[in-house]
Design a protein around this ligand. Sequence first.
Ligand code: AHR
Length: 495
Amino acid sequence: STARIVVDDAYEIAEIDPRIYGSFVEHMGRGVYDGIYAPEHETADEDGFRGDVAAVVRELGPTILRYPGGNFVSGYDWEDGVGPKSERPERLDLAWRSVESNQVGTDEFLRYCRTVQADPMLAVNLGTRGMREALALLEYCNVPGGTPASDLRRRHGTAEPYGVKVWCLGNEMDGPWQLGHKTAEDYGKLAAQTAAAMKVVDPSIELVACGSSKPSMPTFARWEATVLEHTYRHVDHVSMHMYADPEKYQDTADFLAAGLDVDEYIRSVVASVDYARAAGRHSRHLSLSFDEWNVWYNSRSRDVGHWPHAPRLIEDTYSLAHALVVGSFLNSLLRGSDRVRMACLAQLVNVIAPIRTEPGAGEVWRQTTFFPFALTARYGRGTALQAQVTCERTSTSAHDDVPLLDVAAVRREDGEHVLFVVNRSTDRPVTAHLDLRGVAADGRTVEHTCLTGPDLDATNGPGRPEIAPVVAGRTPLDGEAVELPPGSWSMLRVA
Ligand code: AHR
């Protein structure tokens, strides 16, 4: 099969917000404990975070980290996680039926962000708590001193305020599984009041209102409209969450078309948010914070037993096919970058994560999904451009009219162009001809980095880095075509 990819330098989508390459650290399973944190480990820092894991996190390159949940936050008392570790209580975590030791809390996490060179995105508990506790946490983090919460932080050893810029007003408050879940009306009022007060404490912050927790929620779109009726003036972003569950697709070909659902979801949330803008006579545009996304076998049952601490929980092992869908998610974020300004791959370590650790002092290893994320986060910076793609189209069991190629294009600040291309076909290679307009071809080369393999079900494991990107070739830009193997993710750098 052949294809043509035309990219015209004049057709810009938007400047890419680097925060679309975020990730998510929830107190859940072995995400924190036995994941990023293992105080007995030989590489542990003063806070107990594993240095070898932190190095791999830096290699992954998330720009912003959401914390501490997730469903966990709706039962969380942030006060439990600050101050001397020996005095911190153990609590039942009702979201994940585990015991939370509170040995990691806000101060440790905010220091970890510095270690891994990411900005923090903190969520406040609007499930079992409310405005007062949210304000106290903001005061603890961002007020220089002279007030009870800020002086508490100073007593805990941090004189300078952290200046946390991004705050989520609760988590998935539309979900019946959420502790303290609310109607859109009730959540909208609480979020609006909390947001308004938080901006009095610190007008420089950005606030994220909870959108729907997935597009299949029965209240989807109406939820956004009602919540924004109350909150529009006070917030800056609306959240979106989506997990592609391979078991909800009929077969691999259909699963590889999941990116079409992501594009459709972004379009629908933009429509709902813009409806609220028009209905409320607002002039400001809100942006989207796609702050949980990934592949997740979400429908599989999970039983953690009787209140364990840091059990193995949703440690999905990812295949090559899963990595291609992660690549498609990232392409959708780039194509939607005029409205999507933040996004978080959920999660970071062990829990549906690109990075895994073996228990105890065990090895840290990279899943297949690590690579499309790390490379897109590193090279997908600058301005997103529209790519016009002419290629064969097909139908899968649940998707009509699926283009074989999923493409996103970027112009970097130094003038380099980068294309990210998923060949979704399970059996057909595609010969792609590149037509970069407004770009002189003379002397330019295309460097082709490719993640592929003969088996779409192949996975990585400790000591088994089977699926990893390779530089597949360097060719002159002019007239040369690029071979995209079936079932592949490619990065084409034109320099
Ligand atoms: O990421 C795992 C869980 O998925 C989060 O806690 C929740 O917000 C979502 O349902």
